[in-house]
Design a protein around this ligand. Structure first.
Ligand SMILES: Nc1ncnc2c1ncn2[C@@H]1O[C@H](COP(=O)(O)OP(=O)(O)OP(=O)(O)O)[C@@H](O)[C@H]1O
Length: 252
């Protein structure tokens, strides 16, 4: 059984078909990138998987069970986490408090405002917080207020927040957007490290081809809501339909 199964997934916005009969499986341990031109439906697909959007038709199964009907936080508790979510960081709290909230929410359900007051009652949360901050290289900055972190470190903290729930599947929407070349290579290194250390399964939406080719086992190409190619990086690179649709004939 695949970890994630998308079955005939359609999302319409009024007359516009943003995802058009999308079918694919993701196996445990696979690292999948989704590419495609602007407006192809990539973010829509991610938002359907995290239950931020309701599909018009079709089904999404995780570990063999349909997740339609589940709330976004229930999906997180089942093991799907998304990084680079707008406003996943609480800017006025410290790096450590941000990781604690994520670890607490993963164990005890949707965020509640009295979480931090009771955090010492949960030693497992303290361990998870420390491990998470060590994994993303922010343990030394644990007492820094999140809004004072440099941009690249904020994005690291976002990855940490997503990892704190110990997901089975991590979704990343443009992890290197807005980063300098140095921050991009640090982020790629971080993703490589967590992928090796945690054996993580992930789906990545990204525009940067270097990032995609260095960290994916498999690439799905979306065009106008439809999957037009699904294969290894070299299969996709040599696919004529992809070159035509995605880059207007320019070689990848
Ligand atoms: N909430 C919405 N209401 C109406 N139309 C939407 C909504 N969200 C997305 N769309 C439309 O659905 C289509 C797919 O958009 P989506 O954001 O998923 O594409 P994308 O591949 O992620 O694009 P980009 O690379 O530019 O982020 C676009 O035509 C977009 O305008």
């Amino acid at each position: 059984m695949a970890l994630l199964e998308l079955d005939g997934l359609v999302k319409e916005f009024g007359g516009l078909v943003a995802t058009d009969d999308v079918n694919f499986d993701v196996e445990q341990g696979e690292r999948v990138s989704i590419i495609g031109p602007n407006g192809a439906g990539k973010s829509t697909l991610i938002n359907l998987i995290t239950r931020r959007l309701e599909p018009t038709r079709g089904d999404i199964r995780f570990k063999g069970e349909s997740i339609l009907g589940k709330k976004p936080h229930e999906v997180v508790q089942r093991g799907i986490s998304k990084s680079f979510q707008t406003a996943s960081i609480f800017p006025e709290l410290s790096v450590r408090e941000n990781a604690e909230i994520a670890a607490l929410a993963a164990e005890h359900g949707a965020f509640r405002f009295n979480f931090l007051r009771h955090r010492d009652r949960y030693p497992a949360v303290q361990d998870r917080t420390r491990e998470t901050l060590e994994a993303v290289g922010l343990h030394g900055q644990r007492d820094v207020t999140a809004e004072d972190l440099p941009y690249g470190d904020k994005r690291r903290l976002e990855i940490g927040i997503a990892l704190a729930s110990e997901p089975d599947l991590l979704l990343m929407d443009e992890p290197t957007a807005g980063m300098s070349p140095d921050e991009t290579s640090d982020t790629v290194e971080l993703i490589e490290r967590v992928k090796e250390e945690l054996g993580l399964t992930f789906i990545l939406v990204e525009h940067d081809m270097e990032v995609i080719f260095s960290i994916s086992d498999r690439i799905l190409v979306l065009n106008r809501g439809e999957i037009i190619a699904d294969g290894t990086p070299s299969q996709v690179q040599n696919n004529a339909a992809v070159q035509e649709a995605y880059l207007g004939g320019v070689e990848l």
